[in-house]
Design a protein around this ligand. Structure first.
Ligand code: HEC
Ligand code: HEC
Length: 202
């Protein structure tokens, strides 16, 4: 009686594997391809340097979308443009699958930044009604974990990187239909505060 069961299991694995990798990318293949990325983004996608964003635990689909934007030049960055040039669609899907499956290391806030982070929390959760800024939480989630595939995870990210992206949205060096108008209304201080808050959100 043992043999038919193992044949059925083997058949199920055979049938299930190609379907899975065709849809969502292959994380195991992505791990090999990620060797090109780890010098900057960290071995498991948790980067140690705020020059480079962490990729670990990002919502599935977002990394692939950003790599595609770098490739088309719609998101301009000379370093990343060079990195994505040789990547195929399959490579992009595999890298997305690998990095989104990694555990993100949660951030923490130093004593001196606690107060700034508190003000940032008010903006994150409640928005800024007087100017018509929607609560960040509505799209990035109450715990900053994002909503797949479009709304990125912000918690666990370097606050300096988040702040730079808000500035880039504001000055339109990074253009986005939703984020550019929101960032346009924020002061540098608000950008710093909200970045500190969400980067360490549990
Ligand atoms: C030499 C350093 C370097 C290497 C190697 C590198 N990157 Fe990057 N990456 C950067 C920098 C710098 C940025 C920030 C760009 C910006 O400010 O817009 C970035 C941004 C990104 C982003 C956007 C993240 C976000 O939150 O929007 C993704 C996704 C990404 N890189 C993926 C990769 C992948 C995948 C590889 C390997 C194929 C890779 N990178 C290799 C430096 C690097
Ligand atoms: C209506 C939905 C929406 C709201 C509200 C919103 N965001 Fe976003 N945000 C997005 C989307 C979509 C992206 C991804 C942009 C892209 O694909 O390039 C994004 C991207 C970002 C990024 C870049 C992340 C990265 O990894 O590069 C930051 C930082 C950010 N948002 C911060 C905020 C803050 C702070 C607020 C509140 C003041 C906010 N967002 C409100 C939809 C929203």
């Amino acid at each position: 009686m043992k043999r038919p069961t193992s044949i059925i299991i083997a058949l199920l694995i055979f049938v299930a594997t190609p379907i899975h990798s065709a849809v969502a990318g292959d994380a195991m293949a992505g791990k090999v391809k990620a060797q090109l990325c780890v010098a900057c983004h960290g071995a498991d996608g948790n980067s140690a340097n705020s020059q480079f964003p962490s990729l670990a635990g990002q919502v599935p689909g977002y990394i692939a979308a950003q790599l595609t934007l770098f490739k088309s030049g719609n998101r301009a960055n000379p370093v990343m443009a060079g990195m994505v040039a040789p990547l195929s669609q399959t490579d992009i899907q595999d890298l997305d699958a690998y990095f989104s499956a990694q555990q993100s290391i949660l951030g923490s806030i130093s004593e001196t930044d606690v107060k700034a982070a508190e003000s940032g929390g008010t903006l994150y959760r409640g928005g800024f009604k007087a100017l018509g800024v929607a609560p960040c939480m509505g799209c990035h989630g109450p715990a900053g974990r994002g909503i797949p595939p479009k709304y990125p995870r912000l918690t666990g990210q370097h606050p300096e990187y988040l702040e730079r992206q808000l500035q880039a949205f504001k000055t339109k060096t990074r253009k986005h239909r939703v984020m550019s108008p929101i960032a346009f209304l924020l002061t540098p201080q608000q950008m710093r505060e909200v970045s500190l808050y969400v980067s360490a959100l549990k």
